[in-house]
Design a protein around this ligand. Structure first.
Ligand code: GLN
Length: 496
């Protein structure tokens, strides 16, 4: 991580054109990481049923727990990056741990599964929040091109997610589970390699926060972080083996995170910085609601797709679960860069909506999408089978909601957080995703029929009733955000 001939921060941030060139390095690194992550995630539930002999219910519970842990660990990864490692080293360490995790499972899928997943959780925790923070560092405060940059970065995320989900599931189902996890490991090696080769272009961005210490003192502190990571292995391992612990974990980590946030907040000297942190916190809380609804895609919507949809998408014969699993990433790839350019265009005309309004729009799209999921009931035949076209339209709409909230959320967190808390705040943003996943499971379970013999028309009515409820709550959240937007805008000071 030396800086010879590396650009200065000034040079990086004074880029011309729409995107800073360094964004591509982070784009590809994150694309490979998400390939690995979504590849692993895509095979998880099926693998646990087929290889580990879990029932569907156990597999679903474990899947939810693993997702929650992955995103919860980003909070810890973010803090360690701020305090000790810096983003670059964090990324490198996290990447190596993810590679090890996937290799372990590849070599011995049955025996090493939980151990490998534990490493994936720790690795992702160190990797995921910190790469997003580095994207934010490419921009000067007040640069209106930042949201567009995150939009492009978000497209990279989804290209990785799309390819990883497709390739690993294909390899796992038709060849061997070892190949699926091996592919995830190889792709992650490419990701870490991409980062190593291009990191010099990031200049001082992501360097250690302990530059002022001697090399040996710094190393000692870093060693403690690595030691902590090793010590946390048995803990995480135990918690994913027994999902009863997930509830306790979720009840604990959130309050602890809030206490830690308040502690850091109270140490923040300037009033505007304090206000900005409160605004960031409000965005984080709303994002929990968003993800709790949005993540029905992995749960109730995939069951709905399996049972209640026909196979006709615009005249093509296609499995509705394939549509359920891929259409969102597909639409993100298609529309994310485009929407980014719309933001830049609106900013040029001085009519770009501010972030609170964008968040509000995100919820309005979410509401519209769930209304369309509800409306599928009006297209059903007497057997309870309904239109895949209408279902896909809902995915198109929900994707616009995601694009108004998720990349914009990453961006606003980097705008509102003081430099020394950047990693932790990004970790909190993803911790909200952990809660979103967790609540999504509870909501989905609440919507499914307790009666295993329920007929398809009954299931259709139950699920779509649930979606109507979600549409109403999303609408309320959206309106609430827009109504309180002047208040939040005040807390944000000059940040838009
Ligand atoms: N799909 C995005 C990603 O993988 C957002 C995930 C989230 O925050 N829940 O990065």
């Amino acid at each position: 991580m030396n800086n010879t001939s590396a650009p200065t921060l000034e040079q990086i941030q004074n880029f011309e054109g729409k995107y800073p060139p360094q964004l591509w390095s982070l784009f590809f690194t994150e694309m490979w990481e998400r390939f690995c992550f979504y590849g692993m995630r895509g095979v998880l539930a099926i693998f646990m049923v087929n290889m580990l002999g879990l029932t569907d219910v156990e597999s679903n519970l474990k899947y939810g727990a693993i997702q929650a842990f992955v995103y919860a660990f980003t909070f810890i990864g973010g803090i360690f990056a701020d305090k000790v490692l810096g983003f670059k080293r964090s990324l490198f360490f996290g990447g190596i741990v993810m590679i090890l995790g996937n290799l372990l499972i590849a070599f011995s899928p049955k025996e090493m599964f939980y151990f490998g997943i534990t490493l994936s959780i720790i690795g992702t925790g160190f990797f995921k929040p910190n790469i997003s923070s580095m994207v934010g560092d490419l921009y000067k405060d007040g640069d209106s091109r930042r949201d567009a940059g995150f939009g492009l970065f978000y497209a990279g995320i989804n290209i990785g997610a799309f390819l990883g989900g497709a390739l690993c599931v294909y390899l796992g189902k038709y060849y061997s589970w070892s190949y699926a996890f091996l592919a995830a490991a190889i792709v992650m090696i490419i990701g870490v390699g991409t980062f190593l080769f291009t990191q010099k272009s990031l200049g001082p961005i992501g360097d250690s926060p302990l530059q002022h210490l001697s090399a040996s003192a710094r190393l000692r502190k870093e060693a403690l972080v690595y030691l902590f990571s090793i010590l946390s292995i048995p803990l995480i391992y135990t918690m994913i083996r027994n999902t009863d612990y997930t509830d306790y974990f979720m009840y604990t980590i959130g309050p602890l995170a809030i206490i830690y946030f308040l502690y850091e907040w109270s140490k923040t000297a300037s009033k505007p910085a304090k206000n900005k942190l409160i605004a960031a916190f409000v965005f984080i809380v709303f994002s929990i609601i968003f993800w709790a609804f949005f993540e029905q895609s992995g749960g109730s919507l995939s069951l709905f797709a399996e049972k209640n949809l026909n196979y006709n998408l615009l005249g093509m014969n296609i499995d509705p679960n394939v549509v359920n699993n891929t259409s969102n990433a597909f639409f993100v790839i298609l529309f994310s860069p485009l929407l980014g350019l719309v933001w830049i265009w609106l900013a040029d005309k001085k009519i770009e909506p501010n972030t609170v309004i964008k968040f509000g729009l995100g919820f309005l799209f979410l509401a519209a999408a769930f209304y369309v999921f509800y409306a599928t009931r009006f297209f059903a035949d007497e057997k309870g089978i309904t239109s895949l076209n209408v279902f896909t339209l809902a995915y198109l709409i929900i994707t616009f909601g995601e694009l108004c909230l998720s990349p914009i959320g990453l961006s606003i967190i980097t705008k509102l957080s003081p430099k020394k808390m950047g990693g932790m705040m990004m970790g909190m943003w993803f911790l909200a995703s952990a809660y979103g996943q967790y609540v999504a499971g509870l909501l989905g379970a609440g919507m499914s029929s307790p009666d295993a013999d329920a007929s398809l028309p009954q299931k259709l009515m139950l699920y779509t009733d649930g979606y109507k409820q979600l549409a109403i709550y999303a609408l309320i959240a959206g309106i609430l955000l827009i109504v309180i937007s002047p208040l939040i805008r005040k807390l944000m000071h000059e940040v838009k």
